[in-house]
Write a protein that binds this ligand. Sequence first.
Ligand SMILES: [Zn+2]
Length: 489
Amino acid sequence: MQPRPNPSCLLLLLWLAGTLAAQTSAEVARRYTSEHQAQLTQAFSQLLSIPNVAADPGNLERNANVLAGMLKQRGVDSRLLSMAGAPPVVYGQVVVPGAKRTIVFYAHYDGQPVTPSEWEGAPFTPVIREVDGEQRIYARSAADDKAAIFAQLTALDALREAKVSLRANVRFVWEGEEEAGSPHLEQILDASRESIRGDLWLICDGPVDQSGMQTVVFGARGDAHLEVTVYGPHRGLHSGHYGNWAPNPAMMLAQLLAGMKDDQGRVLVPHFYDGITPLSPAEKEALARAPVNDQMLMNSFWLGHTDGGGAHLLELINQPSLNINGLASAQVGARATNVIPPTATADLDLRLVVGIDWREQQQRVIDYIRSRGYFVVDNQPTREILTQHPKVALVKRDEAGYNAVRTAMDLPIAREVIRAVESARADVVLLPTMGGSVPLGAMERAAQTHTVTVPIANYDDNQHAANENLRLQNLWNGVETMAALLELR
Ligand SMILES: [Zn+2]
């Protein structure tokens, strides 16, 4: 007798075929990570156990070689882009015949220096702990930024296992000197212009929005520094014998700095806000939709008030800022003495937005200092200078500044990134800029490209501090996001 196909069985097969075909790359990635979670956690731990701080170039090189090997194992054409005196950039590329576009995935494998005594456990002995019922992995660079690298590699594996083919050429550029300020990145990229060119650079670094939602960020603030020193007597003087007569530089500096801002935190330095490129309608709309996390953050940081006259954090990071990074004059606590100190110094950090040049912003602050009656010098003042001018300020410009960058959210390729990420994650936050600074300009110049940042780490990841950690669910979600981005065409 001829076996007759069971109609319900046929229907099931058809349904199965349909769901498999309709699976998005993010769904493919989700299945892959849930099936291989133990193995993946193990492999990620192994990567995190290789020390990756600037003071240890031998191990940085080891990281680079291991990563290049991981790319090769996956059939990715890989090599190191090296330059004397700098950790190598790990480079990989997948050429897709007939592809119209090239997408470059940027991340970095180096981490911030560690002080092991501050860690619960050891920075390069990854350990998993439960926090609020969720697993987190603790190690230097668990979040910043090996998570992104591992998510990209895992997304490749997931797509490959499901036989999903890439549609654009894909390149990987993994830097080894980001935490040291990327001093050689532009030079290394310049020397390999053809290899690193792309229609888009995806910057996979940093934390997602504090709400925990997947975030796509279209720019970063620029950054510039100034160090200001003002002068009192040439040597410390007895505060009783000379108090009320010898000017105190700590007080002079306090008054100078206090004049730079009003009590709402608005900068009073003339022209400080001049030239800002306004947000586009799409950027304004994105900001209006973004979650407001201010109250939660105030609780978490123990803050009783905020600057900005009631404006939200996300609005305020779209403006330039003036921050005192640190102040120093004489001593406090057990080392305090009754003295009129010889100098007082402040380190100032200027964050910038698009439309403001970093050198000009430094100049505006210097002009303000002059307007307060200071004779400004850029070298240690001599006795002559100090006696001939009532008030003298030494202002050192940090020469390593750079401008802000913002990619328009409505560029066709930017829209495709948004679509891809939204296909992977239900709720997506779009932000015109991040508050922090990344030398996106150097990347855009060298690669003649646009940049869009897609971070995956949790915001409370202790990035740059002791006990850095990654919430494992952020890693799994990140693999899905990377898989969706690997499918850009
Ligand atoms: Zn980073």
